[in-house]
Ligand binder design. Structure first.
Ligand code: E4P
Length: 232
C-alpha cells in the first residue's frame, strides 16, 4: 500500500513547480497558508492555483464560522474544479461539531477534507457523518499534537483501523514537522501525508550513509566558521 505525498502549500509559484514532480500526488492549503502566500482575493487566488493544478487533488478550506455560511462557501468552492476537495474544520470556533455540514455535503457527493482533527472520538464522529460512497479525507494534525507533548501515533492507529474498510475514506497525516514523518506515516499505512516543500525535497536524500552525513555536518560547520572568520 502506497502512502501518497501531498504538498502543504498555497504559494502559486511553488505549486506550479511541485505539480510537475511525480513524487507529489496532491496539495493541501489552509487559510493561514493562503495568507502567507499573499492571497488577497481568496477565490481569485484559488482559481489562479487551479489553472496550473487541475488534475492532482487540492484542498481549499472554508473560512466561515457559522454552519449555514460554511455550507454556502463549500458549495461555491466545490464548483471551482473537479480535483477540488472542500476542507471543513471538524468543529467551528465555538467548539460545535460540524456533523450536519459534513453529512449534507458528503451526501451530495462533494469531496471533503475534514481538518483540525486531534482525537479518535472526532474521527469516529466524522466517519459516521460521511457518506462512504463519496471520497473524503480526515486530516489528523500530528505535529501540532507533538508540539504540545502528545503522541500522535495512537490516534492514527485507531483511526486507520476504523476507516480501512472504506476505500473512499483516507486518513491524512497533517502538520508534518520533519521528513522522517513520512517513514512513520508509511509504517502506519496512512493513506496520505501532507508535507511542506522542504520536507519533500529532503526525501530525495533518504538513504544517505552515516559517514556522508558526518562529513556534511563537519564541512558545514567549517564553512560557516570560515565565512565568519572566527578566531580564538
Ligand atoms: C493540513 O492540511 C494543514 O494545512 C497543515 O498540515 C497544518 O500544518 P501546520 O501545523 O504546519 O500549520
Amino acid at each position: 500500500m502506497k502512502t501518497k505525498i501531498f504538498c502543504d502549500i498555497a504559494d502559486f509559484k511553488i505549486i506550479k513547480i511541485f505539480n510537475t514532480k511525480s513524487i507529489v500526488d496532491g496539495f493541501t492549503t489552509n487559510p493561514s497558508l493562503m495568507r502567507i502566500a499573499g492571497a488577497k482575493n481568496y477565490k481569485a487566488y484559488s482559481l489562479k492555483i487551479l489553472k496550473v493544478c487541475n488534475k492532482k487533488p487540492i484542498s481549499f478550506e472554508v473560512f466561515a464560522d457559522e454552519p449555514k455560511e460554511m455550507l454556502k462557501q463549500a458549495y461555491e468552492i466545490n464548483t471551482w474544479g473537479k480535483n477540488v476537495y472542500v476542507k471543513i474544520p471538524v468543529v467551528n470556533s465555538k467548539g460545535l461539531f460540524m456533523g450536519q455540514v459534513i453529512k449534507e455535503l458528503s451526501n451530495k457527493g462533494i469531496k471533503l477534507n475534514i481538518t483540525a482533527v486531534y482525537t479518535y472520538e472526532q474521527t469516529k464522529k466524522i466517519y459516521k457523518s460521511l457518506n462512504k460512497k463519496t471520497k473524503s479525507i480526515i486530516s489528523i494534525f500530528a505535529g501540532r499534537m507533538a508540539d504540545k507533548g502528545k503522541d500522535p501515533l495512537p490516534i492514527f492507529k485507531k483511526s486507520i483501523s476504523l476507516t480501512k474498510k472504506s476505500k473512499n475514506t483516507e486518513i491524512l497525516w497533517a502538520s508534518t514537522r520533519e521528513a522522517y514523518n513520512y517513514i512513520q506515516a508509511k509504517q502506519l499505512k496512512c493513506n496520505i501525508i501532507t508535507m511542506p516543500p522542504k520536507a519533500i525535497n529532503q526525501i530525495s536524500s533518504f538513504g544517505k550513509s552515516y559517514k556522508a552525513m558526518t562529513l556534511d555536518t563537519v564541512k558545514g560547520f567549517l564553512i560557516d566558521s570560515k565565512k565568519s572568520k572566527f578566531k580564538i
